[in-house]
Write a protein that binds this ligand. Structure first.
Ligand code: ADE
Length: 294
């Protein structure tokens, strides 16, 4: 998967070189390119913001700078992958400040691949990225949105600082790209960068080959299937007794059917206590489920 991130703080994304994300990049599963937004600001101070029309506190990010940056990042990829293109836009500035060698092949993408997970280091030729703009006023980023994004070959993140990006930028690109304004939760961050880190990690761990054990993804809280909308229950490892606290006996029994039932009961109870709002969305509660909740 190809991920481009345009930000005034590209250094904010250093954690994407650590641990699972770092390994995924080394293996060419993830190709992350960082771009300094200020490279597309033309005044001596590399200004990216201005006062809001209509008054009010804070500053708004300038549309010209974002427009040039997005056009240029897409146009550059068009050079790398013939076929990736955007209808218009002057390009200036080479904003790449860091990146991985990624290993995206130059061959053209078989058409009709929409919705499938792109091959490892797969080509993005013939495509445009999905543009993702983090904002507290966006639609909620959830596990199902993460799954949707994991099926895309190319994501372009545009995290804002200040009061956000001039709204015309999202209107302009909505006619050429799929544009999502997304929120990672009902709180306000100092900028969209932390939200991008959260989303990239949630998406990347879903890509084939990133996690050691593919079951980790299917057993997740919120993953589609038996656990959908249920919080995962408690987990244990050795020793069987620690500071007087015992591991539930059933987990030592070796009885897979009973263990699976116990896990589901614990998940149901935990969801009931911590996130009762999720329970109405749990599909097909059976008699044993109802007993666990009684
Ligand atoms: N920028 C500031 N707060 C945010 C949030 N909650 N989600 C996404 N982007 C943000």
């Amino acid at each position: 998967m190809r991920i481009d991130i345009i930000s005034i703080f590209p250094e904010y994304f250093a954690p994407l070189s650590v641990s699972l994300m770092g390994k995924a990049r080394e293996r060419g599963i993830l190709d992350i390119r960082l771009h300094q937004l200020r490279d597309w600001a033309h005044d001596v101070h590399h200004t990216v913001d201005d006062t809001p029309y209509g008054g009010g506190p804070g500053m708004v990010m300038k549309p010209e700078v974002w427009g040039e940056a997005i056009d240029a990042v897409i146009a550059r990829s068009a050079g790398e992958f013939p076929g990736a293109s955007i209808a218009s836009g002057g390009t200036s500035g080479d904003g790449v400040v860091a990146g991985s060698s990624g290993g995206i092949a130059g061959e053209s993408l078989v058409s009709g691949l929409e919705g499938e997970v792109a091959a490892v280091g797969g080509p993005v030729a013939g495509r445009t990225p999905r543009l993702i703009v983090p904002t507290p006023s966006g639609r909620r980023f959830t596990q199902s949105v993460a799954l949707e994004y994991a099926a895309e070959p190319w994501l372009l993140f545009a995290p804002a600082r200040y009061e956000g990006i001039d709204s015309r930028v999202m209107v302009e690109y909505a006619s050429r790209l799929r544009v999502d304004e997304v929120s990672i939760g009902d709180y306000v961050l100092a900028g969209g960068e932390a939200a991008v880190l959260v989303m990239v990690e949630a998406v990347a761990r879903l890509l084939p080959g990133v996690l050691g054990n593919a079951n980790s993804v299917t057993d997740d809280s919120f993953a589609p299937g038996a656990m959908q909308n249920l919080l995962e229950g408690p987990v244990y490892t050795k020793p069987p007794v620690w500071r007087g606290h015992e591991v539930p006996e059933i987990l030592l029994s070796g009885h897979h059917g009973k263990i699976a039932r116990w896990r589901r009961d614990e998940a149901l109870r935990r969801t009931y206590i911590r996130r009762p709002d999720l329970l109405p969305a749990v599909q097909d509660l059976d008699k044993a489920d109802r007993q666990a909740l009684a």
